[in-house]
Design a protein around this ligand. Structure first.
Ligand code: G3P
Ligand code: CA
Length: 336
């Protein structure tokens, strides 16, 4: 009898472990629910929370360094307006591409902010880390990879990188091949083929195809590609059955916004699911939607809590992974 009991325990543990490792947890801009996004501190915290991948959004500086920032603008997470008041462009924005790495490093980084109608800085997420407190700086893609690989060595972990080229066509129009520079950095650090624990992601349809057709062969590489998508007309052809079939010829998976899977304001009892996940799975692609936030469920009529939101997407719908600002809550949910 005892031997059946032990078998049951081992089987249950094996099943739980397999389940947990089947779903990919990506720390969205690090543990950005707790510390300013894309800072080294936020990345180290995410690592310690037990994620599978840490995300980098990447743009290029004037002197061709790859820096980890969400936008090709630098004016929503730094004190650039105070340090370089004359470098604003006519559209009122400060462009990363107008600054050298040395200048970028001189800025202080803060929790993401916006401006109210009086021009005062206000936090985008009011319950998160306070604005302009402590000491945070911008770092390069290489520095972040070295952090993750260093932690993999010192802890025995195996956390991967999930890197987005931000506005690659804008960079190309400025004479900078952002995707190529990112993939060269992948190669330098040993992420070279589909077995590597690395993803390349972008929102731009033409760029992902160019990466597959030209950049990867030129570099003799073949890493996993993710097509990001949002709820806009730009993706309407791509999300048809035919479009997804074509995409599956070169993409490992898709990264859709949550509302491409459940349109906003659907009630839990009558989830108005689109067929995006089913159709992507039918074409053999993985689905990693964004962005799972503790704050999200209050604005989504169909979810009653963060855990309920995860349950709907991961268990009921069956997506393969999530981008989350709250890695700890997500790890806890999956290992429960
Ligand atoms: O890359 C997945 C997700 O991060 C996309 O949204 O705007 O946060 O880069 P964003
Ligand atoms: Ca991103």
């Amino acid at each position: 009898m005892l031997k059946y009991f032990y078998f049951f325990i081992i089987y249950t543990l094996f099943t739980l472990t397999t389940f947990a490792s089947d779903k990919v947890i990506v720390a969205h801009r690090g543990a950005s629910g707790y510390l300013p996004e894309h800072t080294i501190a936020a990345k180290a915290m995410a690592y310690a929370m037990g994620v599978d991948y840490i995300e980098q959004d990447v743009v290029m500086s004037k002197d061709n360094h790859l820096v980890v920032l969400h936008d090709h603008y630098i004016d929503r997470v730094t004190d650039v307006q105070v340090k370089f008041p004359n470098r604003v462009r006519d559209d009122g924005r400060y462009y990363v591409i107008d600054f050298t790495l040395r200048e970028i490093r001189s800025l202080n980084v803060t929790e993401r902010y916006d401006f109210d109608i009086k021009g005062k800085k206000i936090a985008v997420f009011k319950d998160r880390f306070p604005l302009f407190k402590s000491y945070f700086k911008i770092h390069t893609l290489e520095e972040e990879i070295e952090l993750i690989q260093g932690l993999n060595k010192s802890t025995g972990g195996d956390v991967g990188i999930y890197t987005e080229a931000k506005s690659p066509s804008f960079h190309l129009s400025e004479g900078k091949d952002l995707s190529k520079a990112i993939l060269e950095t992948f190669k330098k650090y040993g992420y070279q083929d589909r077995t590597s624990k690395a993803f390349y992601q972008t929102f731009e349809i033409e760029e992902l195809k160019r990466v597959y057709d030209k950049v990867l062969p030129m570099l003799n590489m073949d890493v996993k590609l993710i097509q990001l998508m949002g709820n806009s007309k730009y993706y309407s052809k791509m999300i048809t059955i035919k479009g997804l079939r074509n995409l599956s010829l070169y993409a490992y998976g898709i990264g859709p916004s949550l509302n491409m899977i459940i349109p906003n304001n659907e009630k839990n009892s009558e989830l108005g699911l689109t067929d995006l996940v089913t159709n992507a799975h039918r074409e053999g692609m993985k689905v990693h939607p964004y962005t799972f936030r503790r704050e999200s469920h209050s604005s989504l009529a169909y979810a009653t809590s963060y855990e309920n939101l995860l349950d709907i997407y991961l268990n009921q719908i069956g997506v393969d992974g999530v981008f989350t600002d709250f890695p700890d809550l997500t790890v806890k949910f999956l290992t429960r």
